[in-house]
Design a protein around this ligand. Sequence first.
Ligand SMILES: Cc1cc2nc3c(=O)[nH]c(=O)nc-3n(C[C@H](O)[C@H](O)[C@H](O)COP(=O)(O)OP(=O)(O)OC[C@H]3O[C@@H](n4cnc5c(N)ncnc54)[C@H](O)[C@@H]3O)c2cc1C
Length: 630
Amino acid sequence: MDTFAMDNYETHEHDVLVIGAGGAGLRAAIEASAAGVSVGLVCKSLLGKAHTVMAEGGIAAALANVDARDNWKVHFADTMRGGQYVNNWRMAQLHAQEAPARVRELEAWGAVFDRTRDGRILQRNFGGHKYPRLAHVGDRTGLEMIRTLQDHGIHQGMSVYMECTIIRLLKDGDRVCGAFGYYRERGRFVLFKAKAVVLATGGIGRAYKVTSNSWEYTGDGHSLAYHAGAELIDMEFIQFHPTGMVWPPSVRGILVTEGVRGEGGCLRNNKGERFMFGDIPPNYKTQTADNEEEGFLYVLGEKFQGKDARRPPELLTRDHVARCIVREVKQGRGSPHGGVFLELESFAHWMKQRNPSFNAAEHWKKKLPSMYHQFKELGNVDITKQPMEVGPTTHYVMGGVRVDSDTQMSSRVPGLFACGECAAGINGANRLGGNSLSDLLVLGKRAGEFAAKYAKEHPAGQVHNDQVEEAARWALHFIDQPEGDENPYKVQHDLQDMMQDLVGIVRKEDEMVRALGGIGQLWERARRVRAVGNREYNPGWHTCMDLHNLLTVSEAVTRAAIERKESRGGQFRDDYPRKDTPQYGKVNTVVWKGPDGRMQFRWERIPEMPAELKEVIVEQNDGKLPEELA
Ligand SMILES: Cc1cc2nc3c(=O)[nH]c(=O)nc-3n(C[C@H](O)[C@H](O)[C@H](O)COP(=O)(O)OP(=O)(O)OC[C@H]3O[C@@H](n4cnc5c(N)ncnc54)[C@H](O)[C@@H]3O)c2cc1C
């Protein structure tokens, strides 16, 4: 018998297979199970360890518990403005409308949120959100979200396959019919037959050297979808979070939540200047405080000169704050280790003047417990007394699998759904903090619902032995391949360095063209990587396979970034520093795999926004319709 034949492998059959057990995957799996179909849930790590667990600041939803003026329209307009109007407006609408119900549902399933004095879910300020909108649990919101979804999910009767990495989607004609992978511990292969597959594999941060993302973020879902024939959109838009740790080197990139700035943290350069006051973009001018007093009053939700206080400039969108930090460092005003200072002292001092009994240490430990421990343990810094050193870190990818806004099904591969960070559309050029966790709940639920519907309406496809065999042979050829002369870690390291340097926060045509050439060479080297040892407990072997995903997404980012010859949101071009709305304000980038196996590119026009949504935008935008929507 052929040892590669699919009958040799452990095989499971489900109506819906969900790949990824973060917030999006769990929420999709719960919904599909609730629809009465059989659900398999696969994840690379242990259940409960997905990257979502690291989310800190909160879940954005217009519950209006802290500010009664908040509603879905304001949230929708904030999301569109943050995304610089190249978002999928329908997704942004559904997200803003449905997020409050999804958060209340989470509460009903047992999530313990921080509370207002009258017992409602407490909401905090975050960048780009007009009102306090982030439902949170201290700075450990992701942990609570995962715990709740996981507890609720396992009681639905789904089958969970942990420490299992999917390396191929299987197809019957155009449609998806299953997936093939291996267990990380022993290296045994496993075959899943499924009527519908939901990708919820998270982001791509590990393509960069400095990142807040966990080891799992190697762009697997993006790459699996791409190689199965799906399209990826908006891949040029990478979010560099302004505040990651910069010191010591071993922790560089670890996130410092925006919640620190939401609670009054100030950014300063080495001259002590609060430099963000000097660079407020015109489209945020009317919403942003122009003095310290007003900024601090905003944190407390109070009035300034009789009017509601406006937010401090530290809470401008992440793309902008990150670039301002890069500028300070480049112009010699940075901190000793190449960042800037983020300090809580000024707010504490101001509070003490208003209320002499204000206890800063107690306050910050309660509001930001994880940050307190993170800096104490990893950096020997007491944030209640000392400034933090922070700088930008690769955080989130706005681009991803192109899906239908209502169902989350891929535009090109029937039966393939995607949600969470590996899908795209809702965030446009830049994501607002807090909008990811609510995206996972809202669009994760939709993906599960429509995947179950698809599974009920379609018979199972035929799994073809040749596809399984090819995947198994490919995976195994890395182990001790005789012509293998490359170390997988070295190739990964070189890719990360190159992406960081040439396709990072500030981009230029010639550098990105160089990166594209470099990616070509790295593809060559990746074909010659060799894993020493056997299949058991072999992270070197896993890295050989991860490279395929990392290179695919890096190429997609670079190609799309070269084509968009303007600066917008997560894409900043030194050679085209302005927005070019007439040319690029109404289009998304699309890449897909051509018949010759090469990456193809095209522009896709964003459908016209309906008049009633334009009215909402005008209402929330000082009576003006942005040029992108005109
Ligand atoms: C430090 C940090 C703090 C953040 N804070 C916030 C916040 O406060 N609010 C907010 O809205 N957003 C926040 N974000 C962003 C947000 O956490 C993520 O965007 C979100 O959690 C992604 O969820 P997901 O379900 O898409 O993916 P994940 O939670 O990453 O889950 C991915 C899953 O896919 C699995 N997987 C991946 N590849 C494979 C494969 N090949 N085979 C099988 N399984 C696979 C993984 O094992 C994992 O289970 C933060 C991000 C970071 C890094």
